[in-house]
Ligand binder design. Structure first.
Ligand code: HEC
Length: 701
């Protein structure tokens, strides 16, 4: 809002600066004293949260980029190396990955807030359009970032999504194919594609930051909208941004960080997909290709439309239509609160988006496809038909005379006695609590969708025979059982290592804190038990030597073909991150190892395969590796298949998450800090807003 500057430089340096580059003046006018409607609720705090998340993504991303290797051979392992060997690398990587989800969560809440309160309507059209542009850039950025992991899911997501451009072939033959190959830099997704995705993924956040500055600029011309949608009329309708909203936004940010922290420290892979812990394999398509949760509604739209080109248009149109909302909405009032008919259509639209998100995670068949089509129809009908028509025919409810009136009630009901029965602060508080619970419910709903998808996933194929086991490392306070990991290593070494490599682990890891914690001497002995082919020596000959602590857990086979030949055509997968690469993790591995059984009558077995209750499809090429008593245990644990399976599963969990204990420990400290901080922020917020209530009271008497 244009208003005369109230900045008064008090020192010589400030005056010197002010006459050359009046940046402090701008900060003072735009962020300290900026007049802000007094009735903004917690939905308005997401703007600040989003700025914070952009900073988190940029800062963590820059450091990640210092360690990341953008080549098909190096990408997957470099990400794992960051998680294992870079100081606090697991924190950076998980903060960045979970951060992307939190960023989208906040962006969607922010967008829906704009829709609920008509923040797109004149004079805020450009503000809104810039916001949609930011959302588009975020989608592109997240998509490219996801691909960098170079896991099965991200590789195939890039392949499928970039391939969509080939649908242009139906318009001009050859156009689409040419475009796709140009994007790929070749005839398939490969080294060049990855490199350019990396370059652009690094660039885009800074473009986003630029558009964010324009977005805030465009916000500060008309000033904030507010829950009533009524314009600011007198200075009494507003409060200075600082301290009223700095403190309120601060409190909301801490609450948001608590949710972020829970995911980051205790369930960092909850929103991800197990398949992405399998290195990309261009020769093997995963059975279900699903995008990250935040793209699911758009993915549902894409697949609901039978024609490929129209599907792509639907996908793009799903976001593109948002650009036109300022003109599609014909209503005279802004806020849905005063729109008795539109309100219902609007909340149905919200439900529709959540439903589309769920449908996007399901195979498009039968009822799923039917509802996907219905949901897609409603999605577009809402914008293109309902918005313009309802706005014309609906009679809005009576608007409050002013923002102040909406908070304090009409003049006659103004409190005149001390103490006032219902003050601005307490009224604000009531609204705040109500909104906060809606907000919490919305967050939960948003999380429930991928959650349901996740549960569903565990139920498909893998999950049928998998029971959750009790593990010592369960969140939030668990830790690995050293003795169990040491036994697990024995099982791995004596049995599994005959076929499986663990290329991301070195013998030295066995002695590191948070793992089996073998003594330094023991690690040297264990390493020396391995025969390592090294070389070439001075004469160009390869030679054998005993292993050293820095050596990796190598494959017993010289190459994959030899491994396949020895295993009935199946390749024993590397076990380094196996405990994260299957839904169910250690529960699945335990179920697999204890799941061998004679095949049921009538079940047709292929030659050389074993029946297994937990393996998807129930036919596995791995012979039952465990028999009671094959490995003597020296610590009194019974040498049974059940214990072997349990111990080796725990060992593989540690191999996949070697920093789990560090993560829980840091998590506990940060969560305690955040909870205490939240209380302090809440009390400060109350204290600050009480000033406003005293002002109102003084005005009234
Ligand atoms: C004789 C060689 C051999 C031994 C010993 C062996 N495996 Fe395997 N393993 C295989 C082969 C081959 C496959 C691939 C099976 C397939 O795809 O059908 C496999 C697959 C697996 C899988 C992946 C299953 C999936 O969902 O795709 C796990 C987990 C596994 N093995 C764990 C172990 C563990 C733990 C041990 C030690 C207790 C072990 N294996 C011992 C050969 C072996």
């Amino acid at each position: 809002m244009a208003h005369p500057s109230t900045y008064k430089p008090s020192t010589g340096i400030e005056r010197w600066f002010d006459s050359r580059l009046p940046l402090p003046r701008m900060m003072h006018d735009q962020f300290m004293v900026f007049p802000t409607p007094r009735n903004l609720n917690y939905w308005w705090t997401f703007g600040g949260i989003l700025s914070f998340m952009l900073a988190v993504q940029i800062v963590t991303g820059i450091v990640l980029a210092m360690h990341y290797v953008p080549t098909p051979e190096g990408a997957f392992d470099s990400v794992e190396k960051i998680m294992r060997d870079v100081n606090w690398g697991w924190l950076l990587r998980y903060a960045h990955a979970v951060g992307a989800s939190m960023f989208f969560l906040a962006a969607y809440v922010h967008t829906f807030r704009g829709l609920i309160y008509g923040s797109y309507k004149a004079p805020r059209e450009i503000l809104w359009i810039l916001g949609v542009l930011i959302l588009l850039l975020m989608i592109a950025t997240a998509f490219m970032g996801y691909s960098l992991v170079w896991g099965q899911m991200s590789f195939w997501a890039v392949t499928v999504i970039t391939n969509l451009f080939s649908s242009l072939d139906t318009l001009i033959p050859g156009l689409g194919t040419t475009l796709v190959q140009w994007i790929w830099g070749g005839f398939s997704v490969g080294a060049r594609t990855l490199n350019r995705l990396f370059a652009l993924h690094y660039l885009f956040p800074f473009i986003i930051a630029g558009v964010v500055i324009l977005h805030i600029w465009a916000l500060h011309i008309p000033g904030n909208n507010n829950p009533t949608g009524v314009d600011v009329k007198t200075p009494k309708d507003t409060v200075p941004f600082h301290p009223y909203y700095t403190i309120k936004d601060g409190f909301a940010l801490v609450m948001f960080l608590i949710l972020f922290g829970v995911l980051l420290f205790y369930a960092p892979n909850f929103l991800g997909h197990a398949d992405n812990y399998i290195e990309a394999n261009p020769l093997q398509t995963p059975p279900h290709i699903v995008p990250e949760w935040y793209f699911l509604p758009f993915y549902a739209i894409l697949r609901a439309i039978p024609d490929k080109l129209l599907g792509v248009i639907g996908l793009i149109g799903g976001i593109g239509v948002l650009f036109f909302v300022p003109w599609l909405d014909t209503s005279r009032v802004r806020s849905t609160s005063y729109r008795p008919i539109y309100k219902w259509f609007f909340w149905l639209f919200v439900i529709d988006c959540v439903a589309l998100g769920y449908l996007g995670s399901q195979a498009p068949e039968g009822w799923y496809l039917f509802f996907g089509r219905l949901g897609t129809f409603y999605y577009f009908a809402f914008f293109l038909i309902i918005m313009p028509i309802v706005g014309l025919i609906e009679r809005p409810k009576k608007l409050p005379g002013s923002i102040t009136q909406s908070v304090l009630g009409p003049e006659s009901k103004r409190p005149t006695e001390t103490p006032p029965p219902r003050t601005a602060a307490t009224a604000g508080e009531g609204v705040a609590c109500g909104t906060l619970s809606t907000f919490a419910a919305a967050l939960l709903a948003a999380l429930a969708v991928p959650g349901a998808a996740f549960a569903e996933d565990a139920g498909n194929g893998h999950g049928s025979e998998i029971k959750a086991q009790e593990w010592s490392f369960a969140p939030p306070f668990g830790h690995y059982d050293r003795a169990q990991l040491q036994r697990g290593y024995r099982v791995y070494k004596d049995i599994c290592a005959n076929c499986h490599s663990m290329r991301l682990l070195s013998y030295r890891n066995l002695g590191e804190p948070g793992g089996p914690e073998f003594s330094e001497k023991a690690v040297e002995v264990l390493a020396a038990q391995a025969q390592i082919t090294d070389g070439p020596d001075d004469k160009g000959q390869m030679f054998q030597r005993p292993g050293r602590p820095s050596d990796r857990f190598r494959s017993p086979y010289p190459n994959d073909a030899a491994a396949r030949a020895a295993n009935n055509g199946a390749l024993p997968p590397d076990l380094s991150v196996m405990a994260k690469a299957r839904p169910g993790g250690p529960d699945y591995i335990y179920a697999l190892l204890t799941g061998y059984a004679p095949s049921p009558a009538g079940f047709e077995m292929t030659q050389g395969m074993q029946y297994n209750k937990a393996f998807p499809g129930h036919q596995i090429a791995m012979p039952n590796p465990l028999v009671d008593g094959v490995i003597p245990y020296t610590d009194g644990t019974k040498p049974t298949v059940d214990n072997y399976a349990r111990d080796v599963s725990a060992f593989l969990m540690w191999a996949a998450e070697p920093k789990l204990e560090e993560r829980y420990k840091l998590g506990a400290r940060i969560m305690i800090f955040l909870l205490v901080f939240a209380v302090i922020m809440y009390l400060s917020k109350r204290a600050v807003w009480a000033r406003l209530h005293r002002r109102d009271h003084a005005d009234a008497t």
